[in-house]
Design a protein around this ligand. Structure first.
Ligand code: KIV
Length: 268
């Protein structure tokens, strides 16, 4: 754990941000270098998301990701971060079996990674589990709306969730069970506005419009490292893949042509 953790963003800071109307920024990270860069750049929270399975491991869904993999990456990210709150996702089937399973696995995450909190997908169906985690003093961020771990049931990944009553009931159930924040994924902006107004805890949107208390994006997507991926909600803030590709193409051609290494990059 970093020596500077006294300055870390905490769970009470998240709640205060909502009270004070200060917007929260969150990005995913899975590795030391990016986590440390995002932390230096001032994000409030870093999510070690189970999108790990897709953006790091190249898999089609998040379902194959294991708890051990989340712990491996969570520990690396926590070690890199000095200020931001680190939140680690509970992967598919690491919490759904029973509240006891959830407490044991979330407990491992906190003990072995030094993260501040866990995130789990679910509202009403996971209320008892969130309550048990809260009883064990394990801070929980809930996640409602589009839930990528439900992909097999839904048939595909990115379906905008429009049932306002169900979404509000899920968000309220998570709050009443003790979640300290809630991710709203892929829901219409007016529904997100209503949920945000109704809740005491901060809402963190992804594809949920501007009225949430904060925003989260998958860092690989917003940095332009996933060129073919362009859902409507995604703003690309850079074209890192293009820059990296051009650099590598130049390197390959300079090696082939004997331009690199030149005298300036060689020892006498
Ligand atoms: O796993 C993840 O990266 C997430 C974000 C998309 C919120 O859950």
């Amino acid at each position: 754990m970093s020596a500077n953790r006294t300055k870390a963003v905490t769970v009470p800071d998240f709640l205060r941000a909502k009270e004070q109307g200060r917007k929260l920024s969150m990005l995913t990270a899975y590795e030391f270098l990016w986590a440390s860069l995002f932390d230096d750049a001032g994000v409030d929270a870093i999510l070690v998301g189970d999108t790990l399975g897709m953006v790091v491991q190249g898999k089609a869904t998040t379902l194959p990701v294991t708890l051990d993999e989340m712990i491996y990456h969570g520990e690396i990210v926590s070690r890199a971060v000095k200020r931001a709150m680190v939140v680690v996702d509970l992967p598919f089937l690491s919490f759904q079996t029973s509240p006891r399973q959830a407490v044991e696995n979330a407990g491992r995450v906190l003990k072995e990674t030094q993260a501040a909190a866990v995130k789990l997908e679910g509202g009403r169906t996971q209320a008892r589990t969130i309550e048990r985690l809260n009883d064990a003093d394990i801070p929980v961020m809930a996640h409602v709306g589009m839930k990528p771990q439900s992909v097999r049931k839904l048939g595909r990944m990115a379906i905008v969730q429009r049932d306002e009553q169900q979404l509000l009931a899920d968000a309220q159930a998570a709050q009443e069970a003790g979640a300290f924040a809630i991710v709203l994924e892929l829901i219409p902006q007016e529904i997100a506005r209503h949920i945000t107004e109704e809740l005491r805890i901060p809402t963190i949107g992804i594809g949920a419009g501007p009225h949430c208390d904060g925003q989260v994006l998958v860092s690989h997507d917003m940095l332009g490292l996933t060129p073919g991926f362009q859902p409507r909600f995604l703003k690309k803030y850079a074209s890192v893949a293009e820059i990296a590709r051009a650099a590598v193409e130049q390197y390959v051609s300079e090696v082939q042509e004997g331009i690199f290494p030149d005298a300036a990059h060689s020892h006498d």
